[in-house]
Design a protein around this ligand. Structure first.
Ligand SMILES: [Mn+2]
Length: 307
């Protein structure tokens, strides 16, 4: 019998729309996967240009360009043989109903965590991180975060649903521990740092990468870490496809160097947010996000083999 063959080393454009052609698994709670990828097509909390609801699809499509490498350079092992990853498709919620979205995402996240999974979520605007952090804090207590962003995301504008206020909400709800958390690439106004260690874009661009890596590790230590990466942390010359771009950001090379150093960190959850393909150019933002996601998963294999 003839069947479609989505073997990962075939063409660079055919796709069943799983990230990296990892298996699609629509019952993500009852299987033996280590990591579950969820697309979160939500952009109703965007303050700038909307469109990140199309981010998950764009990232998955671009990820196919990366599926042919058995061992992604410069890693020396095949991730498919060392980490069990599935893609459960996109979160379903009632469109236009933000509270239903919040409840659906937190519920999904809690089910995954109770099932022993770790989450890699593809946004969506940055608001998606808040319901996920609520679920994580139920399991882990106050969690540390590594937060890549051009924005500090604690602008107190009295708005319940705003992607620029999520960190303030997470602090007020005691979901995260600022003293063991770090923000990287910030280059917009913030009046208070609430106890976070902030490595602004100037510092991250100017200081030797090894010093930055040591700084990150000295802050987060061995605490459980949620890694949240807003693509606008990168310079818009590299990642233009996002809603609120700010010039003077990181290069993708520098971001890769930082991510690759995270092998020994206790990362328990990841998201990649704010890819808005309508403003992208030649899929470079989507490809960048897909590559960062793959590299983040590679760091988890190292952690697993060392334990
Ligand atoms: Mn941002």
């Amino acid at each position: 019998m003839h069947t479609l063959n989505y073997k990962y080393d075939n063409s660079l454009f055919s796709n069943a729309f799983g990230f990296l052609r990892f298996p699609l698994e629509f019952d993500p709670y009852n299987n033996n996967s280590d990591w579950v990828i969820t697309g979160v097509p939500f952009d109703m909390a965007t303050s700038g240009r909307s469109g990140s609801r199309f981010g998950p699809t764009a990232i998955r499509q671009a990820s196919i360009n990366l599926a042919w490498e058995h061992c992604r350079w410069p890693w020396n092992f095949n991730i498919r043989k060392n980490l069990h990853v599935v893609d459960c498709g996109d979160l379903i919620y009632k469109s236009g109903n933000i509270q239903d979205f919040v409840n659906s995402l937190q519920n999904h996240a809690e089910h995954l965590l109770i099932s022993g999974k770790k989450m890699l979520s593809l946004g969506g605007d940055h608001y998606i991180t808040l319901p996920i952090l609520r679920a994580y804090s139920k399991i882990f207590g106050k969690i540390a975060i590594i937060h890549f962003d051009a924005h500090a995301d604690y602008y107190d504008n009295d708005n319940k649903y705003d992607h620029g206020v999520i960190i303030l909400h997470a602090l007020n709800e005691e979901l995260i521990d600022p003293t063991h958390s770090i923000q990287i690439g910030i280059r917009t106004e913030y009046k208070n740092h609430f106890g976070f260690t902030v490595l602004d874009a100037e510092y991250v661009n100017d200081i030797h990468i090894d010093i930055i890596i040591n700084k990150i590790k000295s802050v987060v230590k061995s605490f459980p870490i949620y890694l949240t990466f807003d693509i606008d942390c990168l310079d818009p010359a590299i990642a233009p496809g996002t809603g609120t771009p700010v010039i003077g950001g990181l290069t993708s090379y520098r971001a890769l160097k930082l991510i690759r150093s995270f092998t020994n960190l206790n990362i328990v959850g990841i998201d990649l947010v704010e890819v808005a393909p309508a403003y992208d150019c030649a899929q470079i933002t989507a490809l960048t996000a897909a590559t960062l996601g793959l590299e983040m998963l590679y760091t988890q294999v190292k952690l697993k083999t060392k334990n």
